[in-house]
Structure formats: structure tokens, C-alpha cells
Write a protein that binds this ligand. Sequence first.
Ligand SMILES: O=C(O)c1cc(C(=O)O)c2c(n1)C(=O)C(=O)c1cc(C(=O)O)[nH]c1-2
Ligand SMILES: [Ca+2]
Length: 671
Amino acid sequence: AGHVDDAHIEANARTGKDWPSHGLNYQENRFSPLKQIHSGNVDQLGLAWSYKLDSSRGVEATPIVVNGVMYVSAPWSVVHAVDARTGKALWTYDPQVPREMAYKGCCDVVNRGVAVYKGKVFVGAFDGRLIALDAATGRQVWSTDTIDNKNFSYTITGAPRVFKGKVYIGNGGAEYGARGYVTAYDAETGKQVWRFYTVPGDPARAYESKALEEAAKTWDPAGRYWESGGGGTVWNSLVFDPELDQMYIGVGNGSPWAHRKRSPAGGDNLYLGSIVALDPDTGAYKWHYQETPGDNWDFTSAQDIVQADIRIDGKLRKVLLHAPKNGYFFVIDRQSGKFISARNFVPVNWARGYDGNGRPIMEEAVRGAGKAEIIPGPLGAHNWHSMAYSPQTGLAYIPAQHIPTAMADDPNWTGFNSNTPGQLMSNTGWNTGRVMLEPSSPPFGRLIVWDPVRQKEAWHQKHVSPWNGGTLATAGDLVFQGTADARLVAYHARSGKKLWAAPMGSGVIAAPVSYELDGRQYVSIAVGWGGAFGLGDRVADFKSPGTVYTFVLGGKAPMPERVAYQMNALIGGLKYDQQLVPAGAALYNSNCIACHGYPGISKGGALPSLTYLPVAMIDNLGSFIINGPATSRGMPDFAGKLSDDDVQKLRAFILAMADAVRPGLPAEKGR
Ligand SMILES: O=C(O)c1cc(C(=O)O)c2c(n1)C(=O)C(=O)c1cc(C(=O)O)[nH]c1-2
Ligand SMILES: [Ca+2]
């Protein structure tokens, strides 16, 4: 890995032999120029090797492959170096993330991958450490704590990026309350070079930059937003543009979610929901474009940013292509930051479109304090699952979805760390200011293929559920995507015709990569079900441990045995007090829902559904919730947070939900 530097990454973009950086090249288009595997022979793909990641939670990593070695991260930020010819382990590195850290992140103990540069491997540990390893041995070279304020619940889930001799990383944490920033460190020494905050801090103190002085004018200090951090975490995307010598960061949602609580007089709340361009050497602000002014729904713009040069109205334009959570596909001039166009790629109900200046025309009823279903939901029309763009077809390949959610402002919100039953996960430290209510729109998952010039769908494939994997496009006129129902599929990149599929060990959420070794083209994918939606829900009947699968033409290795998902019967036959059910529902929303899903409806994901627990467990629910055995695997300890009465209410709600979905006559239910 010693040869991987800026020049190598740029030269490799032309050959595609290595996969040396997160999005393959600096453009992060995930378009491999390799074409040994093509639409005419992809049906001959077979397994070359598989590798066990020794994990049971969500696997989100894009593997890095250089010079015959694959570097791939697993849950809990564990790094594996694998011989890409044979699939044999070279070394592993476990940063020993304290297990009680798990619930300090919103969305599973995931890691989206490592970066490789000049003989080092860089990983962001879930607990906020940025760590440099010797690429040859896996030994730690340096480690630095990226967290500037321990009152907030910062994590790292994203892949670091390295360019110009610096490692760049942002943090997660805006559901809990955090103030977003991105930091650059010297790649050799780990010394901090600069830090850019994305939202203003306490106005009683000096703002760190002119950009924040400007941003502060779009926030109402009456909301004391700085106490909850304000939000704006850069938890997934940051990319480098070598041509314009600038970088782009995708900025997240508000803390708290509720705009009215955060900034009572309104305001755009810059730089939430924006793409911001920065000077990579100094962190100085260059421009921004805000996709979601005054975010109210966890509408992050942290989705991956793709750079492209495309012809619009006869002129070649340097643009960014972006499909953030809010459901619109954006084309932005990356020189000036000026809005070019936006069109919704899924149904949306929060805006009626964008005006010529790039401002959304808001649907005020959906912004109201009362109950409103938000479409797309807070898990987004597109989440972190990466989007490929093929310059060959001129199409973007979007893992799109809708996960229904309805919400209202919490009238009992009193500020940072205010906790009331019903307020989303508030008893575990989330700070949304929003209560969860029953939605009615149907969920879906789709591969949507989008023409950015016409702002129009080219074709789509329907999936059986939301939460499918990221995409890879290749010069062989192929697009690869893993699915929630445990397959890796290849489609014709132009027609959308399905050409090949292989069974995976569990639902797939990460993106495939492709590279060439000894004259042969490989396709690899890291698989393990989990992440935000996958924690509490699933469609596949399999839940094999985390595995990397590598395919080659004519590959003959046996597919690893798949492990069936173990599930008990729908719980029933127990007495409970109907009158406790509504209070139990509210407690469920403020304590359990983000990890265990909707009881009754969900059949469990990476973590079990509580309506499918063994009877003995539900009868001793308190012993699992209060100082229970799962705390060593990351479950919060609710001692002092939930009373015995609360446990009875939760139990009643769980049993009632099981009865609600049980087939049979109402009179027979709920004995
Ligand atoms: O606001 C944040 O700081 C933040 C962080 C993360 C994260 O770090 O994983 C996610 C989100 N938000 C988020 O909104 C979201 O939908 C999400 C999904 C996932 C995942 O890994 O499946 N992470 C995150
Ligand atoms: Ca978020």
C-alpha cells in the first residue's frame, strides 16, 4: 500500500485496476472502467473465495483493494486485511470499542470503510478515535480522539478520506444532539491541521469563522440551539476535487429535529442539509448550497456526493450529483455552488418542487406542529447506501426507498435531554423534540436509475423491501446491487434487464467493488444485515455472520453455508392489562423503537423483535431491561430510567401488538 497517494488514485481512475479509495476515484462515481465481465458473460460469474468477518451486526464497508490486498472494516470498527487472490487473512485490528458505546450511536455499530495512503490504513473507531495502522502489519501507528465535547454523543461510522497528505473525518451524533464539524489531520503524525464547524455555537462566544457569523443570522437564539448542539454532523460524505482544489462535505440534520424548538422564529439554519465547499488545506469556507432549509425531519445531506462533467443545454458543466434524504435529485455547479436543477426521484409531500433560485416550495401543512406523515420518511428516499454514476450511460443508480413515519412536535419538550414518553428514543438520550405517530403510507425499495440531464427516470427495479445495498456501475454495461432479500444482482446498465444473481448470507446493505488482479476482473461485496432500518427489521430468512464474497468469471469455489434466521413464534397466551397499552406504546417509542422496530409488524432484524421473544423472556422482561445480560453487547441499561410499572406497561404493549397482528377472530385474541 506504500504506493497509494494522490497521483496513484488519479492514475488508477483511468485503469480501475485497484479500488484505492472509498468511491473508487476522487469523483466517487463508483464506475469501474473494467470490462472483462460484461453484459454478455456476467452469467458465468462464480465464487472465487469468501471470507468471514466474524460479526453479527451491520456490515456497511466499501472494501479498499490495492496491490492484491483487500482492507475491509466490520462492525465495531474492526479492520481486516485479506489476500485478494486467495481470501486468506493477513491481519486483523480490533480497536476494542467499549460495548456500552453502542447506544451512543443512532444506527448500529457500523463502519463504512477504511482509507489507505502511503503505507497506512486509517479507520474511524465508533467511539470517536481516528486510528492509523501500518498497512503491512496492522499495528497501530497513531490514534487521536476526534471528539471535542463529551457532553454530546459523538461517534464515527463513516470512512475517512485522505488527500493532500491529510486525513479528513466527520462524526455522527445529531439525533442525540451534537454540533457538527469536519477535521483534517496530518496523515503522518495524526496532528490536527484544521476543524470546520458546520453550525454556529453559543452566540455569547466568538464565532469560529466568518462563515459561521453568516450562518448565525439564519438561527433564532431564542431556541438556545447550541445547548443541543444544533446538529449538522458530517457523518458520511466528504470528497476531494483535485481539478478545482476544493472539497465538498455533506452536512446533516438539525439537533433537535424539531425546527420550531431549535429556532422558534424560523430561519434556514445554515449549514444544515447543505453541501459546503471548503479549502482542503485550511478548512476555509468557499460556498454552500442548502438542499433542505430549516430541516424538520432528519433530512441529512450526508448522502454520497458524485462529481461529474456533463453536457447541459450544449455546455459542458462541472457538476455535483446528489440524491439526499429529502427525495430530490440535485445537479449543482461545483465551481460556483449554484443550483442548476432538482427533481423528485420518489413521491414527496414536504415540498412542491424547487424554484429557479434553488429554494424548495414548502408544503406548510407538513411542517406544522401537529401530526403529519412525512414522505419520504426520516430514513430518507436515499440513505448512505452509495450511488454509482456511469459516464458511459450518463445515468445515476440510486438505491431508493420509502420507510413510512408520522410525527408531531412534542409539546412537553423542555430543551436538551428533555425526555417524555412518545418522544423518539428520548429516554436513551435522543433529542428530537418530536413524538412518533402511526404512519399510513406504504413502504418500498427500488433501484431508481436517473438521467441527471433530463432530470428523469430511465428505468427502475422494484425490490421487496426498503434498505437495499449501494451500487456499482462498470464499463461492461453492468450495474451491481445487493438486496435486502439476500441477493447480489447484476442488471444491464442501460436496459435494466436482470442478467445474473447470487444468493447472499443475509440482506445486503453495502456496495460492491471491482478490481483486476493477474489479468482477471473481480467483483467483491461485504455482507451483513443491519444499520438503521436493519437493526429492527428484515425480509431475508437468513442471518449468516458477516462475510465478504468475491466473484470471478468461471469461479468454482463453494458458496458458504447460509445460516437461517432463528425466530420464536409470535408471543401469546399471557395475561395483560389493556389499560396499560397506550402508555406502553409511548414508552416503547421513547426507549425501544430505533433498535427493535415496530413490534408485531417487524420480525426482527440484527436485533430481535420483542413480539417474537420466548415466553420466559417476556415474563421476566424487567431482568432484561434493567441491568440485563445484553448490556455487554451494547444494549442500554435502563436502571434508574424505567420503573417496574414502566416495564409492565411495555410488556402490555408488546403483548397487545402481538395480538393485533395475530390471525383469527378478535374474540379469540388477547386471552
Ligand atoms: O445525524 C447524524 O449524526 C447521523 C449519523 C448516522 C451515523 O453515523 O450512522 C446516521 C444518521 N444520522 C441518519 O440519519 C441515518 O439515517 C443513518 C443510517 C445509518 C446507517 O448506518 O444505517 N446511519 C445513520
Ligand atoms: Ca441523522
